[in-house]
Ligand binder design. Structure first.
Ligand code: IMP
Ligand code: MG
Length: 179
């Protein structure tokens, strides 16, 4: 695949991501109610969510969508350890089936925070979907219900995922070459 960014090695190209999302959307549509409320965790998952939502529509679902901004990284490449709620959803989740969508499951703190928040607010069910699962980095006991790809402990960028707010616009997922 053509890559105009010589400092970045491609890990998942655009076609591979698109194929996987289509399969994931079908799996989700088989299991979750058609009117599930999708809670997108910003900012990193905005591109994934946009593609996943259209896949869910093709699979026959009619979800509602809201956005929450959570932050644990700042501009560094290591998590600070505490999750901050920067911008809340506006939907009332009481009695609703919710699916949280995030880009990367790493230590697990972000997804655990979001899941606990929706549960505490009275959601009837809370499911989770992440594009990438860095399983070996887990510090909190949590697994996602739907996973795009497992990945090794690499700092990835592209397809919405940033390094210091750079590289979100890349159409593929890659790693920044060191040195
Ligand atoms: P956790 O709370 O440690 O699980 O971190 C999850 C969040 O950290 C993700 O939603 C990302 O925003 C960010 N993150 C984790 N790994 C990476 C990476 O490799 N590149 C960019 N952001 C990352
Ligand atoms: Mg994030």
């Amino acid at each position: 695949m053509k890559n105009d960014f010589p400092e970045i090695d491609v890990v998942f190209d655009a076609d591979t991501i698109a194929d996987r999302i289509e399969t994931l959307a079908t799996e989700i549509a088989d299991k979750l109610p058609d009117d599930v409320l999708i809670v997108v965790v910003l900012k990193g998952s905005f591109v994934f969510a946009a593609d996943l939502l259209r896949g869910l529509d093709r699979a026959g679902m009619r979800p509602r969508v809201d956005f929450i901004t959570l932050s644990s990284y700042g501009t560094r490449t290591e998590s600070s350890g505490t999750v901050e709620l920067t911008r809340d959803i506006s939907e009332d989740v009481r009695g609703r089936s919710v699916m949280i969508v995030d880009d990367i499951l790493d230590s697990g703190r972000t997804l655990a925070f979001a899941t606990d928040l929706m549960t505490a607010r009275g959601a009837e069910s809370v499911h989770t979907c992440v594009l990438l699962d860095k399983h070996e980095k887990r510090e909190v006991s949590i697994e996602a219900d739907y996973i795009g790809f497992p990945v090794d402990d690499l700092f990835v960028v592209g397809y919405g995922i940033d390094m210091a707010h750079l590289f979100r616009s890349l159409p593929f997922i890659g790693v920044v070459r060191q040195g």
